[in-house]
Design a protein around this ligand. Structure first.
Ligand code: ATP
Ligand code: MG
Length: 402
């Protein structure tokens, strides 16, 4: 069992509440460690997103040690401890029984050791434990070395691990992508052999891993790996023919998703199958509907008209989608920003005259003519934003009515 050195370069100091939590459990006689992603991130000199804790204490014993505990997954041995403004998942050491459906272990055994707990974890780089109070490292699978060499490698036999839980296949590629690591050869080779197990994974779990991959600066490589290993065909065949270099040109997630779906006949059906939230689904379809972009030489009026359709919160994503789609060398970004800096009126409800004002001026009751007049005025204001005043619009309206 090789232990990494205790003078590891932990550039991010571990937050006080995490240390306090460890101290409390240790003082009550329960062996406790930081585990998983946070240990990996600390060793890489990255600030962990959260601190997961593994302990020999049973959930009830953990509860007894703290005043604010939420029993989030008590049957799996997990409770959430709220301490010092932070929250921690504290999980009792587990070892797992067989997997019946390729998804979840059929039984979970407590009373395990930290080494057993680490053995059930997916990759060597995720299977390390660290106790900063005792400066004690537990790294039975050589995670430290793989981290230094930049390898994602299964704990134990890759084929077997991917048979137990199909999600691990896409997680392997997700970590290789986000960390920009290599996939260990036997890990990579096992993926295509267990597509049947991967296909059984709940789509929501797969989708979450996919979104993390697609958000990465190295997403192009991740997509290539998903394609060559066969995973993409299983959960997102619509994206197989996309140009991955083009699709990952925008830095943001939703334009990337829209670009993966460019040219797909039923993008909505694909997004629904992946069970994306309505918000994501509608935004992606919106980005697609805003294509093609106005040409580079388009008038200011035309750009304002497009901005008005795009909406303030989406125009940048719509623009980066289109510029990638059309492989433009030059961007409309500066012009759009300059136009927006003038604070133009981009929606009808910002007109200086409302529907009832228009009705009064024209002396007509509510009806379709008011809508028509509003659209006329809005078009005038898109052409010349300076016209959006009560006087100027009233004048225009009277002329229009003649
Ligand atoms: P991230 O920073 O992306 O959250 P993480 O390592 O914290 O990375 P999580 O998905 O939060 O990843 O999982 C926490 C830990 O639980 C992992 O580090 C790993 O040890 C273990 N783990 C998670 N999913 C699995 C799985 N499907 N099979 C085995 N172990 C897993
Ligand atoms: Mg995590």
């Amino acid at each position: 069992m090789n232990s990494p050195t205790s003078d590891a370069p932990l550039r991010f100091s571990i937050p006080k509440p995490a240390l306090q939590l460890l101290r409390t459990l240790e003082a009550a006689g329960h062996e406790t460690f930081l585990v998983g992603g946070c240990v990996r991130d600390l060793l890489r000199g990255q600030a962990p997103k959260d601190y997961d804790i593994a302990t020999r204490a049973l959930p009830e014993q953990v509860r007894a040690c703290f005043s604010r505990v939420i029993p989030t997954g008590i049957q799996h041995g997990t409770v959430m401890v709220l301490l010092g403004g932070m929250s921690f998942e504290v999980t009792t050491y587990r070892s797992e029984g067989g997997y019946v459906d390729g998804r979840r272990p059929s039984v979970v055994h407590f009373h395990a050791t930290i080494e057993e707990d680490l053995s059930r974890r997916d990759f060597t780089i995720n299977a390390m434990a660290y106790n900063p109070l005792k400066e004690r490292w537990v790294d039975p699978w050589g995670g430290r070395e793989d981290l230094e060499r930049g390898y994602v490698r299964c704990v134990g036999d890759a084929l077997q691990r991917f048979s137990e839980d199909g999600l691990r296949a896409i997680r392997a590629i997700r970590f290789a992508t986000t960390l920009d690591f290599e996939l260990d050869m036997s890990t990579q080779e096992a993926i295509p052999q267990r597509l049947d197990i991967f296909a059984k994974v709940a789509i929501e779990r797969t989708r979450e891993e996919f979104l993390k991959l697609l958000s990465s600066p190295h997403a192009q490589r991740g997509l290539d790996l998903l394609l060559t290993t066969g995973l993409l065909r299983v959960f997102f065949p619509e994206a197989m023919r996309a140009d991955f270099a083009r699709a990952t040109r925008p830095p943001n997630l939703l334009p990337r998703l829209a670009l993966l779906l460019a040219g797909v006949s039923k993008p909505q059906a694909a997004l629904q199958r992946l069970k994306f939230s309505n918000k994501i689904l509608n935004t992606v379809l919106h980005l697609m509907k805003l294509q093609p972009l106005p040409p580079l030489e388009a008038s200011d009026t035309r750009l304002r008209r497009w901005l008005s359709r795009a909406k303030l919160e989406h125009w940048e994503d719509a623009l980066s989608t289109g510029e990638a789609l059309e492989r433009r060398e030059q961007s409309l970004d500066k012009r759009m920003r300059a136009l927006l800096a003038q604070n133009p009126t981009l929606s009808m409800d910002k007109l200086a005259l409302r529907g009832d004002d228009i009705g009064l001026i024209l002396g007509i009751p509510p009806g379709p003519k008011i809508g028509k007049a509003t659209r006329f005025l809005f078009e005038k204001v898109l052409e010349n934003p300076g016209l959006n005043s009560t006087e100027a619009l009233s004048q225009l309206l009277r002329n229009w009515n003649k």
